[in-house]
Design a binder for this molecule. Structure first.
Ligand code: PNS
Length: 192
C-alpha cells in the first residue's frame, strides 16, 4: 500500500494553536506530515527560523508521524525533493480562499502531480493568525489561549527584552532572534 507523505508549508512566525490544530488533523489523514518552515530572506521575522523550528518541534513531539524541516525556493521543488505527494494548507474563512486557490493552482501548474489538500481548523481558531498574535503580544494583551505554552514563553521573553529597552537598557549583542548582532531600540520595536 502507498504511504502518503504531505508537507505543511508556512512562515509560522510564530506558530499558533490554529497551526497545531491543523497539524493534528493532518497527522490523522497522512502517513507522514512534514511541517516545512520557509526560509525567506526578504521578510523581517519576529522569530528566527531556528527558534520557530524549536517551537514547532516541541509542539509536535507527541505526534509520531510529524516532523519539522526548513526549506527555501519553491514549495513544489521542496515537496518533490522529499517525495511528498500533497501540500496541506488551512482555510479559516472565505477571506483565505482567494489567495489559497491562487497558490494551489499555481503549484499545480508548476507540478501537476502534487495535490493541495485544504483543511479547516476548529471554528474557535478561525480568527487566529500569526500577525494578530504578534500584535496582541506587542501591545501587552494576553496570548495564553492563542498559542501553545512553549510559544507563549518565547513571546514573553521577547516582550521582556523590548520593555527593558523601553526603560532605557542598552541593547546587547544577543538581542536579535537570528543572532545578527546589535539592535537599536527602534529596530527592536519594529521587529515586534
Ligand atoms: O504561512 P504563509 O506565510 O501563508 O505561507 C506561505 C507559503 C510559505 C506557503 C508560500 O509563500 C510559499 O509557498 N512560498 C514558497 C515560494 C513558492 O513556492 N512560491 C510560489 C507559491 S504559488
Amino acid at each position: 500500500m502507498k504511504r502518503i507523505k504531505a508537507i505543511y508549508p508556512g512562515s509560522f512566525d510564530p506558530p499558533t494553536n490554529g497551526h497545531l490544530d491543523l497539524i493534528e488533523r493532518g497527522s490523522k489523514i497522512f502517513d507522514e506530515l512534514v511541517v516545512a518552515i520557509l526560509r525567506n530572506p526578504e521578510k523581517d521575522p519576529l522569530f528566527s527560523v531556528a527558534d520557530r523550528r524549536k517551537m514547532l518541534e516541541a509542539m509536535t513531539s507527541d505526534f509520531e508521524n510529524v516532523s519539522v524541516d526548513t526549506f527555501d525556493g519553491l514549495t513544489v521543488d521542496y515537496a518533490l525533493r522529499i517525495e511528498a505527494r500533497a501540500i496541506l494548507r488551512g482555510i479559516r474563512a472565505v477571506s483565505d480562499y482567494e489567495y489559497e486557490l491562487q497558490m494551489a493552482l499555481m503549484n499545480r501548474k508548476l507540478q501537476p502531480g502534487l495535490e493541495t489538500v485544504f483543511m479547516m481548523p476548529a471554528e474557535k481558531y478561525s480568527y487566529l493568525s500569526s500577525r494578530l498574535v504578534r500584535e496582541v503580544a506587542q501591545l501587552g494583551g494576553n496570548i495564553d489561549c492563542l498559542v501553545p505554552e512553549v510559544v507563549g514563553q518565547k513571546l514573553r521573553e521577547k516582550m521582556d527584552v523590548a520593555h527593558k529597552f523601553e526603560n532605557g537598557a542598552q541593547p546587547t549583542e544577543k538581542t536579535h532572534s537570528d543572532g545578527r548582532g546589535k539592535s537599536s531600540r527602534k529596530e527592536t520595536k519594529k521587529r515586534l
